[in-house]
Design a protein around this ligand. Sequence first.
Ligand code: MD6
Ligand code: FE
Length: 211
Amino acid sequence: MTLFEDPAQDLALAPGAMLLGRFAETADSALLAALGRIIAAAPIRHMMTPNGGQMSVGMTNCGAAGWVSDRTGYRYDGRDPETGRPWPAMPQSFADLATRAAAAAGFAGFVPDACLINRYTAATRLSLHQDRNERDLGAPIVSVSLGLPAVFLWGGLRRAQRPRRVRLVHGDVVVWGGPARMTFHGIDPLRAADHALTGPLRYNLTFRRAL
Ligand code: MD6
Ligand code: FE
């Protein structure tokens, strides 16, 4: 660790929600190698929103189901609409990390069936939203940050509640479920920088129980 790095710290965001500081750091090269294979099979794309806009976040998926957005709305689909093929299988390294992180945050027995991959470049943002398309809202979501840092917006259960700003760095994992499961959240516009492993990019992996 260098003198200028923040020490890894866990942070309780709310009942049911926890930031595990740099929990995924030791697995980073395995995760990024697996991510490269997924993106080769199911390229990052900018999905259309139901309002006809295009998302600035680039996305793809792995696992039994993938999150998709188009003019008809949001849903989980077993196939990549761009290729008609099933999404790439979820690598064991992904599933294992998600299960371990969920357990560390108090959600034992979490087995994800979907992983949404978000890719951010400079100025890319994700506006405040709830994750509500999963069938099993009893399961938590596990979110892994890789590459450039970002400012995470952590709101409340109502959209109007002013969000708190939390910095997420490479390897950070946020787990939330239970009473926090429907919290509004988002990502501020990404600041341009250069990361040793991902260059100009931030990736976020969110593991869910969707089916
Ligand atoms: C991101 N994350 O960190 C965006 N959603 O890039 C999310 O939208 C998200 O981190 C549900 C649960 C965890 C998340
Ligand atoms: Fe989300």
